[in-house]
Design a protein around this ligand. Structure first.
Ligand SMILES: CC(C)C(=O)C(=O)O
Length: 518
């Protein structure tokens, strides 16, 4: 099977997503993950001459790469600007330049205002200068896709002149994301056919949501390398998302790649955090919902000889199958979730729980696995007032020039405790007051991992806000939700749910331990 190179440009084109900027620590971290964990073949980490910060970031990455014997895999975008970009790259320690030339006559004439002959000479000069510095050259033909549409003779002229230069790879960008799958195939095929000895990379953009489809076509056409970004970050609508490209190559194309699918999810989450760009919930392979079955018929089929099996098993990508709860989920989904919680119910209770979940779904409420114990206890007539942990009273101050201050009365298993604290914000002060009581009781604190406040979808009421809070407790994730006209009150409700869930979790564990000791 022929192998295919994956060049990831999250740290260069991905950083061209509006609003995204990685610091040098983040760049180094992502570079290590891409090369060592995911095992992509090459990475583009920056554009030359952007800033001092960028220079320091490239220096850190090249130092690490040299120590780890992978300096050849670090690439930097450079410009035809005399010797300036190449000197910058050389000083940064990098040894591969992705030189930006013009792949369409329109861009050449409109932007550089040079003749094709002058441009070829500038490129040859840059290649010779780079080679003298010990820098390897890959050549981007910017706007190549439009070049193939409207000035193909110019593209052939450029390639004819440069094919015997010291250039490792010719990189074919669909700079403005204009191609469809037929064009991507035809244009890549034409290049491969005319220059069978050269190495070609294809660089897609997603303006028509065709980036992955175009990558697929380019691979069918015999391209040697593909450019991707994590989560599809990149200029405008972004580049071809790494996860989908890998899934498609592995399941639909007979090409060998080195990437470790299992690491895709963790790398996506880290890039999500560093970039601040949330992964859409329905984004293939990495979105929160994409391995969640919502329809009860599917969950039922999963229990009956995997009737709804497809090759995209979540475990391949470091994920797990989930079963959503809502009006279409039915008994089968609820059963799957209860199984995960270790709860078995009588048939009658099961019916009541199913009815309640459907009622909540009808009201557009989001029901999560963490809500199920509440629904069950509610159905069994145990209300919030009977939960072991209760916030009896609290007062919460907010003033200009002073830190917020909270005092709280917390009832834990029938005993009242008092806590006070200040904090960086009202919720922080609130949690500090709770933790002061937890410390006194010798209890372990969960760690806050996500906090989101929003108006509930569907506009139930403009007056209500919804707080989603995620916690890590002893390695397990708890997500809870609170709804209230006041956002801090919504967060407090979500917190109270979390404290009781953790209590329940510990009680179940303690029960299991004592059963084992009998
Ligand atoms: C800057 C260039 C290489 C680019 O990203 C593109 O043309 O899409």
């Amino acid at each position: 099977m022929r192998s295919l190179e994956i060049m990831d440009t999250t740290l260069r084109d991905g950083e061209q997503t509006s609003g995204v900027s990685f610091n040098s620590e983040e760049k180094l971290g992502v570079a290590k993950l891409l090369l060592q964990s995911l095992k992509v073949d090459r990475i583009e980490v920056a554009s030359a001459r952007v800033s001092e910060g960028e220079f320091q970031a490239v220096k850190r990455i090249t130092k690490w790469a040299e120590e780890n014997d992978c300096l050849d895999k670090i690439e930097v975008l450079g410009f035809i600007d005399g010797t300036a970009s190449l000197d910058w790259i050389h000083a940064s320690g990098a040894r591969v330049v992705n030189l930006l030339s013009k792949g369409s006559l329109k861009h050449l004439q409109g932007q550089l205002k040079k003749s094709p002959g002058q441009h070829v000479q500038d490129i040859k000069d840059a290649v010779a200068y780079a080679s003298n510095l010990g820098i390897k050259v890959n050549l981007y033909l910017e706007d190549w896709s439009n070049g193939m549409i409207s000035s193909r003779d110019y593209v052939w002229y450029l390639m004819d002149e440069l094919q015997h230069e010291n250039i490792q790879r010719f990189m074919l960008p669909d700079t403005l994301g204009v191609l469809n799958q037929v064009q991507a195939f035809d244009f890549c095929y034409a290049c491969r056919e005319r220059y069978p000895k050269l190495h070609f990379d294809f660089h897609a953009h997603n303006d028509y949501d065709l980036a992955v489809a175009n990558v697929y076509s380019s691979i069918l056409a015999g391209i040697n390398g593909i450019h991707t970004t994590v989560n599809g970050l990149g200029e405008r609508a972004g580049n071809a998302p790494l996860a989908s490209v890998i899934g498609v190559i592995n399941d639909h194309l007979a090409r060998k790649i080195n990437v470790d699918e299992n690491k895709i999810n963790i790398v996506s989450r880290i890039v999500e955090t560093f970039s601040g760009i949330r992964i859409p919930r329905n984004k293939p392979l990495v979105g929160e919902n994409v391995f969640t079955q919502t329809c009860g018929v599917h969950a039922d089929g999963d229990s009956k000889d995997d009737l709804y099996f497809n090759r995209l098993m979540p475990e391949r990508f470091g994920r797990e199958r989930k079963y959503a709860l809502g009006k279409t989920s039915g008994k089968a989904n609820i059963k799957k979730n209860l199984e995960e919680l270790g709860i078995t119910l009588e048939e009658e209770t099961m019916k009541l729980v199913t009815k309640r979940v459907i009622e909540l779904g009808d009201k557009k409420e989001v029901v999560t696995i963490d809500d199920l114990p509440y629904i069950v206890s509610d159905v069994l007539n145990q209300t919030m007032d009977e939960m072991p942990i209760q916030i009896k009273h609290y007062s919460l101050s907010l003033s200009k020039g002073m830190r917020p201050f909270v005092s709280i009365n917390l009832e834990v298993n029938g005993k009242m405790y008092e806590g006070t604290s200040s904090g960086d914000g009202q919720f922080d002060a609130f949690m500090n007051a709770i933790w002061s009581i937890y410390d006194e009781l010798g209890r372990e604190r969960p760690i806050l991992i996500d906090y989101l406040v929003r108006i509930p979808p569907g506009g139930k009421s403009d007056a209500l806000v919804e707080a989603f809070i995620a916690w890590n407790y002893k390695g397990k994730e708890f997500k809870t939700r609170g709804l209230d006209p006041d956002q801090i009150e919504a967060a407090i409700k979500a917190t109270l749910r979390m404290l009781n869930l953790i209590e329940q979790h510990d009680n179940v564990l303690a029960g299991q331990l004592s059963d084992n000791n009998k």
